[in-house]
Design a protein around this ligand. Structure first.
Ligand code: SF4
Length: 58
């Protein structure tokens, strides 16, 4: 699973509160790619919860 945050991110923090192992908030959300494999359910949940659809899963 490959996860990216696109330019739509408004740094709302929802993804980090759902799955803080993978997402952290700097100016925008940042993905820790090394943590994705162990947290795929959390990544999907965060992507569903993102209010602007900024989390792209490939
Ligand atoms: S939930 Fe979406 S808009 Fe909010 S910080 Fe995460 S990626 Fe950005």
């Amino acid at each position: 699973m490959d996860v990216k945050v696109n330019d739509s991110c408004i740094a709302c923090g929802a993804c980090a509160s759902i799955c803080d192992a993978v997402f952290s908030i700097e100016d925008v959300a940042v993905v820790d790619a090394s943590a994705v494999a162990a947290n795929e359910d959390g990544v999907k949940e965060a992507a569903d919860a993102c209010p602007v659809g900024a989390i792209e899963i490939a």
